[in-house]
Design a protein around this ligand. Structure first.
Ligand code: FE
Length: 197
């Protein structure tokens, strides 16, 4: 699977032209593409990733498996699919904060996070987060203390990353499904922390 492309690029226009032609010739049902897009936007969204994070927070052995072999651990929850064949989970700690980008285009772990947000694909985010990550995160509302190491991970066609955010304080009593509600999409990209209850 190659790299994805910007919304208003030549390949995107070409894709739209091919789609129109296939529909016009009756080869492709006009709603087939919409159904795939809607599945990734609504059914296969960040809720999947939130389930993975909540399980890792609740079960130390699952967390170990996730950090050792994310693709396998994610598949244990019945989550897999294209753009997620080779997953790596990055653990945020008091010492380290991880953030994910695709500097070349918009590679993103679809099965756990759905489709990427617009800003993730923007040239500004892709160029700046590798050069001045603390400034970019601050603009997005996340201040990372200078004492914490900040690691920026560049996705590729082969490897897709998801961040395992830190479990918020005061959540010892919460059940797994309640924990999952604290896990935002942005916290799994690394541009936010998990919400506090
Ligand atoms: Fe990419």
């Amino acid at each position: 699977m190659g790299h994805d492309h910007d919304p208003i690029s030549y390949p995107n226009l070409r894709t739209q032209a091919i789609e129109s032609l296939l529909v016009e010739k009756g080869i492709l049902a006009s709603d087939a593409v919409d159904r795939v897009v809607s599945a990734y936007e609504e059914d296969i969204g960040p809720l999947n990733g939130a389930r993975v994070v909540a399980r890792a927070w609740s079960d130390g052995r699952y967390k170990t498996r996730l950090l050792e072999n994310a693709t396998g651990a994610i598949a244990e929850l019945g989550i897999s699919g294209m753009q997620g064949e080779n997953m790596v989970a990055l653990e945020n700690t008091a010492e380290v904060h991880n953030v994910v980008v695709c500097t070349l285009c918009s590679c993103y772990p679809w099965p756990v996070l759905g489709l990427p947000p617009y800003w993730y694909k923007s040239p500004e985010y892709r160029a700046r987060v590798v050069v001045e990550p603390r400034a970019v995160l601050a603009e997005l509302g996340l201040e990372i203390d200078e004492s914490r190491e900040l690691r920026v991970w560049d996705s590729s066609a082969e490897i897709r990353y998801m961040v395992l955010p830190e479990r918020p304080a005061g959540t010892d009593e919460l059940a797994e499904d309640q924990l999952a509600e604290l896990v935002s999409r942005d916290s799994m990209i690394g541009v936010a922390e998990a919400r506090t209850p």
